[in-house]
Write a protein that binds this ligand. Sequence first.
Ligand code: F6P
Length: 341
Amino acid sequence: MRVGVLTGGGDCPGLNAVIRAVVLKGSEAHGWEFVGFRNGWRGPLTGETKPLGRDDVEGILTRGGTILGSSRTNPYKEDNGVERIRAVLAEQGVDALIAIGGEDTLGVAKRLTDDGINVVGVPKTIDNDLAATDYTFGFDTAVQIATDAIDRLHTTAESHHRALVVEVMGRHAGWIALHSGLAGGASVILVPERPFSVDQVVEWVERRFEREYAPIIVVAEGALPEGGAEMLQSGEKDAFGHVRLGGVGTWLAEEIATRTGKESRAVVLGHVQRGGTPTAYDRVLATRFGLHAVDAVADGDFGVMTALRGTDIVRVKLAEATAELKTVPAERYAEAEAFFG
Ligand code: F6P
């Protein structure tokens, strides 16, 4: 058996841990050979490959990013995309693919399965917005990075009696904002799922200042004011139809300064949240996903994704995993509201 491996979409810490687990278990337990496809779906589309043997995965457990490279290539937007992938897989003698990615990469994996290609998916994304799994790897690391930043911002905000607005990633789901805001003791957390009232935010900020504490406002990049729209860095769409968000933090910091008369600053954490070494939790989760993806291939169980349910790794249909995004439920946001102001 020869198995292809690829990583697609935005990178995240833990991708290399999956690749390592897949290659070590697949070669040791089953005697399989592996080939790495470079840069997401572009690899199987164009035939860009990378050797993937035991030696190639030595020492990568702790390394962030992905040794295979990534891209947001969508084969269904390319001329004869599926036929070209079929031809490359045949040329490479590949019997099955393990695709590690988020909603877009796994959405393609689902369609390719429907088109008769053997694919097993592994869920990754710092956004934690994939349905059918309790957590994706990469999320814990991103939350830790954001929490460390918030801890540091508290002390400088206190020294200068300023409001600090921290913009974190999260296009359509506010999981990073919710968890880092809770862990970091934020005065306000704003998520895409709940349009916010600027008046209400200003009231919370003022209440916090009255108690001689400097407010920290954590805002997801996709959060939007009531009656307003998401703020864009660029309206240009990628191959999956996503625009680039950003700017809500700076905008809100200016609104707060104008309305309260207090100094206010914005910090955009951006891609720092996706970089560097994964936390222990993400290393373990990514490793377990990799091991179970190999089991799925060995069972000939294609069109599935590994998923975390409680503490167990299970298999779910890719169709179920990609049907809709997992957003922050109202009751989880309501828990955090107890600490606002
Ligand atoms: O999907 C993960 C993610 O980090 C989002 O949170 C963010 O909006 C997006 O990717 C950024 O994409 P890019 O790296 O292409 O700018």
